[in-house]
Design a protein around this ligand. Structure first.
Ligand SMILES: C[S@@+](CC[C@H](N)C(=O)[O-])C[C@H]1O[C@@H](n2cnc3c(N)ncnc32)[C@H](O)[C@@H]1O
Length: 284
């Protein structure tokens, strides 16, 4: 098993909630039992604040990231930071003859993924414990690597890109989603974060998070590690209805400081200082 230094307070709370059996738990499971990421609303004005509406939007976000990876039947795919296996579950339902592998640093999440996600459509599924920055896979073993809303937790984006490059077949695709500060506002974001001590509050809820990687840094990293930036989509406005739902659910779980931390990310996103981006990279 890979060495872990697990600090994911929000997952501790979710997993504790899942072990209970009451009406509140049912709502939390409906919201986060499959995907643990933000939602995508094509028309944000149509968001109704309900958990069922949020779950549909979370599935839609997953599909948009997957689609930026040009996934096809028969592909071999790695989902890095696979959470409870929601992205693998979605691909399993949409595609055939795929070899689907999810890797996660947190064995507890994988226990749920293994019990919830069973292969259909002539696919195979494997969930593996490990660090996305030290992938336990052979060179050139995947057509596509995904990292849905998790790269900010990884110990190093550079090591993850190097590992993704190594395990991808020539010409393979890496598709991710991430909270990316805009170039000009990077200094401003850093200043605000330091001034309001946002990082400490955010880490008390979300664990170790690095959201300082701009689009330019991504372009540079891609070049250094043998990729080109193939597509980029700023979906910040489409994700904003996420925040009221997540804040309300944290409130129900008694996490006042979690509501505050989420409101801080919301503010940075509303001000467009932090942009929710879907990025895809082609191995060259
Ligand atoms: C916000 S969740 C996203 C989960 C999943 N991708 C989804 O969209 O539902 C972040 C995930 O990254 C995982 N993670 C954090 N650090 C990791 C690492 N070094 N290697 C692999 N997974 C990691 C966490 O355990 C968690 O599952």
């Amino acid at each position: 098993m890979a060495e872990t230094n697990l600090y994911l307070p929000y997952f501790d709370k979710l997993i504790q909630q899942f072990s209970q059996n009451n009406a509140q738990t049912a709502e939390i499971v409906a919201a986060f039992g499959r995907h643990v990421h933000w939602g995508y609303w094509e028309n944000p004005k149509e968001a109704d604040g309900s958990v069922s509406n949020f779950a549909i939007a979370a599935e839609e976000l997953c599909r948009r990231v997957c689609d930026s990876g040009n996934i096809k039947d028969g592909h071999s795919l790695l989902d890095a930071g696979c959470g409870f296996g929601g992205t693998i579950a979605s691909l399993n339902e949409r595609f055939h003859n795929m070899s689907l592998v999810g890797i996660n640093i947190d064995e507890r999440q994988l226990d749920r993924a293994k019990s919830e996600v069973k292969a259909i459509n002539s696919n195979t599924i494997e969930f593996v414990q490990g660090d996305a920055c030290q992938l336990p896979f052979d060179d050139a073993s995947f057509d596509v690597v995904l990292a849905v809303e998790c790269i900010f937790h990884f110990p190093s984006r550079q090591r993850f890109f190097q590992e993704a490059k190594r395990v991808l077949k020539p010409g393979g695709k890496l598709a991710i989603s991430d909270f990316v500060p805009i170039l000009l506002s990077y200094q401003v974001v850093n200043f605000i974060v330091k001034l309001l001590m946002l990082n400490s509050t955010i880490s008390e809820t979300y664990g170790n998070v690095d959201s300082t990687f701009t689009l330019n840094t991504y372009r540079q990293l891609a070049q250094e590690t043998g990729f080109i930036l193939a597509s980029q989509e700023d979906i910040t406005a489409n994700t904003l209805p996420t925040y009221p739902v997540v804040k309300r659910l944290f409130g129900q779980m008694g996490g006042e400081s979690d509501e505050v931390a989420t409101a801080q990310v919301e503010l940075l996103s509303q001000l467009r200082l932090l942009r929710y981006q879907i990025l895809s990279f082609q191995s060259v």
